[in-house]
Write a protein that binds this ligand. Structure first.
Ligand SMILES: Cc1cc2nc3c(=O)[nH]c(=O)nc-3n(C[C@H](O)[C@H](O)[C@H](O)COP(=O)(O)OP(=O)(O)OC[C@H]3O[C@@H](n4cnc5c(N)ncnc54)[C@H](O)[C@@H]3O)c2cc1C
Length: 456
């Protein structure tokens, strides 16, 4: 039996018990609601460390939490009494200009990734903020500004290095371990520790876009314009609808700080000079009251909202895929959205048609290809005294809009812990095959701290 002392010898990264320096900092994840105390935290320096930790946790029969960027809302990147494998030191990103791919360490964030690729005028689909992990976001699907033009993040996965539950190091790609490769593209962290990911890159350097704020009274017109336009809009246009309490920023008139607005956030990744024409249908929908729209480096837009949700912010979310934005759905949004209870809380409707929608529902584990939107009601708040009020707002809002979604499932990466029983609907038509692949690579369900797929 391997002891903790043996493990310290086997790995290069720091191994922390509760009495060690840094333990309190590293046991915490992004969602401040999770105050958990793992028995051991290992900050991996290399794939070999991941192998040692997987073997240790399996032999000791301990819970194993794999942490990439640490942004899981249910806090799957930490645990009580088990082992945390924190991959965040493995954050190198190497660009292969000739192949137009980048290889990212299993603990890199989108900020790390964009920083490396932007120097070459290249990017791939990441999320809408830069602090989320490349691995966790890609493995669950990956929805962001570039999804209509470049596909989901997981559609851009070319290969991955994976440490499986039995401690083997495998490569998964179109040519090797194809079933594992299929499962990694939407099946979340169920199949092993992904120590590196190779992602396809696209010509995206300077984009045109940013947030446009409209009056709440104009929300029905703005949502309807969004729904009408985004179905056929050129695919290099990414856009999402949001509710937002105006933060005290210079581009918003001072007397409107703290007021509620609805917002369209756009990202045109074609030629910047075409950008105004591309977002005109939103300007035509209603009068813009404040905006921060223009040409900017893609990483600037990708990090523009980071400050709204710093580490430690409390979070509770609910989510659905959405087929159509019916008038009834819009009415329910307009009733609940403007009641948004805290400044960072929001609701986003992301468009996932275009390139993301053209992938077949069984081609990868991410099956909800016929949904036009992914919707998330995201409660963010700093003060525990607001827990009840914010959670109630999220649940009431969700109960009002869910009947109009036209689908039972939601995006696994937007789920809170109390939605774990929705896994079959959330994975959708690929769930049974995911269970079979899980039985091949992780029959004992060592990797269970995730949106879990039970082995068949
Ligand atoms: C503020 C915020 C903004 C977000 N914005 C977006 C967005 O725009 N688009 C979007 O699609 N999603 C978004 N998300 C959701 C995000 O995709 C998920 O929270 C995702 O799981 C985060 O990945 P992570 O690596 O940061 O998290 P972690 O908590 O580290 O991991 C999350 C899950 O992935 C697994 N995992 C992580 N890394 C690895 C690895 N290397 N190998 C194996 N398994 C791993 C973990 O075990 C866990 O189950 C956002 C989340 C937050 C909190």
């Amino acid at each position: 039996m391997t002891t903790i002392a043996d493990l310290r010898e086997q790995v290069r990264g720091p191994v922390m018990e509760s009495s060690d320096d840094g333990y309190d900092e590293h046991r915490l994840v992004h969602n401040g609601m999770h105050d958990r105390r793992p028995a051991l935290i290992v900050r991996a320096a290399a794939t070999a460390d991941a192998v040692a930790v997987v073997n240790y946790a399996r032999e000791a029969g301990l819970d194993l939490a794999i942490r990439g960027g640490g942004h899981s809302v249910p806090g799957y990147g930490t645990c009580d009494g088990g082992v945390v494998l924190d991959l965040s030191p493995m954050n190198n990103v190497f660009v292969d200009r000739a192949k137009r791919t980048a290889r990212s360490g299993g603990g890199a964030t989108w900020g790390d990734f964009n920083h490396a690729t932007h120097a070459y005028g290249l990017a791939t689909t990441g999320g809408i903020i830069s602090t989320t992990g490349v691995a966790g976001l890609t493995l669950g699907g990956g929805i962001g500004y570039l999804a209509r033009g470049c596909g989901l993040s997981c559609d851009n996965l070319v290969s991955a290095e994976v440490v499986t539950a039995d401690g083997r190091i495998l490569v998964a790609s179109e040519y090797e371990n194809e079933d594992l490769f299929w499962a990694l593209r939407g099946g979340s962290g169920n199949f092993g520790v992904v120590t590196s990911l190779e992602l396809a890159l696209h010509d995206v350097g300077t984009i045109y876009g940013g947030p446009m704020f409209f009056e709440v009274a104009d929300a029905p017109a703005v949502m309807r314009a969004y729904d009408d336009y985004i179905q056929e809009a050129p695919e290099q246009l990414g856009a999402f609808f949001a509710w937002q309490t105006a933060p005290p920023l210079p581009f918003i008139p001072e007397d409107r700080h703290g007021d509620k607005f609805c917002v369209m956030v756009t990202c045109w990744s074609g030629r910047p000079e075409q950008g105004e024409q591309m977002i005109k249908p939103f300007r035509d929908a209603a009068q813009v009251k404040a905006e921060l729209v223009g040409p900017m480096p893609y990483p600037a837009l990708n990090s523009a909202f980071d400050a709204l949700a710093p580490k430690g912010t409390r979070q509770y979310w609910k989510a659905d895929f959405v087929r159509d934005l019916s008038d009834e759905a819009i009415a329910a949004h307009v009733e609940h959205g403007p009641r948004v209870p805290t400044l960072p809380s929001t609701m986003h409707v992301y468009s996932i048609n275009g390139a993301a929608g053209r992938v077949g529902p069984e081609e990868s584990a991410f099956s909800h290809r016929d949904a036009r939107y992914a919707m998330v009601i995201a409660g963010f708040w700093p003060d525990p005294a607001d827990d009840e009020a914010v959670i109630r707002w999220v649940r009431d809002y969700y109960a009002a809009v869910h009947p109009y979604s036209g689908t039972q499932g939601g995006y696994v990466n937007f789920m809170s812990g109390d939605d774990a029983e929705r896994a079959p609907e959330n994975y959708g038509t690929t769930y049974d095959r995911l269970r079979a692949v899980k039985a091949t690579y992780d029959p004992g369900n060592l990797f269970h701290m995730n949106q879990n797929v039970a082995p068949a």
